[in-house]
Design a protein around this ligand. Sequence first.
Ligand code: NAI
Ligand code: MG
Length: 400
Amino acid sequence: MSKHTIVTMPGDGIGKNVLEQTIRVLTAAGFEADYVHADIGWEFWRNEGNPLPQRTLDLIEKHKIALFGAITSKPKDAATEELSPELQGKGLVYSSPIVGLRQHFGLDICMRPCHSYKGNPLNFIRRGPNDTIEEPEVDVIIFRQNTEGLYGGVEWSDPPAQVYESLMTHPKFKKNFGNTPKEELSVSTRIFTKKATERILRAAFEHAKKYGYKSVTVCEKPNVIRETSGMMYKMALEIQKKDFPQIAIWNTNIDAQMMWLTKNPENYGVIVAGNMFGDIVSDGFAGLIGGLGFACSAQFNPKTGIGVFEPTHGSAPKYADYQVSIVNPIAMIESACMMLDFIDENFIAKKIRKAVATIISEGKVRTYDMMKMTGREDVVQKGAASTIQMTDAIIAKLEN
Ligand code: NAI
Ligand code: MG
């Protein structure tokens, strides 16, 4: 038996391609592990009425560490139509297995690093003085609260009478919405708890301290969303003052942050935000370093040590049936490196990251996205590397 057992959830579409190639890289880099396959995704929704079967939850509970490719999700009605005939009419309702995983295991800390690789043609550039071109180095990590806020799922259309009556006790609701018929109301809540807010803030500060970042930026909107954003910022100030006085605290509003990240991305380091704003700001930064082919993430529960590591991209169904897979495996490979860091296999993570950096800076092997091509089956004939060719190139650069 190996020292580590890793649960692998390829999921749907290109999730299968990138995960398979990532395991090749891990093995070539000397990571010794047993891999246990777990079912997740569309196939299991259609055939079993559950995209996240209990047996998958049991495997993760047991082994704690999982690599996840991507899944296909569809809107509620489309999902019901695709259920196999014997499951139709049983009242099964589709819900996202990723959100399900987060909630089931309380994976409330989500980390999304965005750092630019030298030589990546997709890096953000800007015009400098005297017609110079500047390519600022982006080295940002976003800590996104992963289980609450706008994604908490507490929402209604035509809310029940009790909810409506409670809302009417709020003077602003009464004044601004009190004349709208109940049936015409949709309400989505944004709930923050102190416990989860403290956990994400502490994770961000700890990370800043450990890796020598000088500041932590709280990216919310406390001037308008006074209760939830306000609570997060206030708690951040208290935690910083008490336990991290050497780290500066910055406060930005999500809207302004989205502008600043294209003006001076090099000024930011650790960013912490609630669920929705964390999602937005991390996609914004990912765009500066090459987009979906490069955006990786970790989500974990610091108490139980359960962690799921996945690229930010989805299953890209239109490429799933290509004879030769064309997608960039780097986002998944980088996610696996985050897993290695998490289980204290930093040496192997470093080795893989170095090989990836070398391939990118040499610029000889590039997937279609790095060549700014439209993704089509013929991109490999036109000179783009396939998923396997990119993986081979990275493996060939691994040094001992
Ligand atoms: P997507 O991320 O699958 O693809 C969007 C586009 O990004 C693709 O068409 C492709 O051009 C590009 N792309 C994605 N991954 C790439 C890679 N590794 N290398 C190069 N280019 C890449 O998002 P889309 O099309 O919105 O959703 C497709 C399906 O994936 C949907 O069913 C959606 O619900 C699901 N999804 C799942 C996610 C997950 O599993 N975490 C996240 C996002 C979407
Ligand atoms: Mg997103």
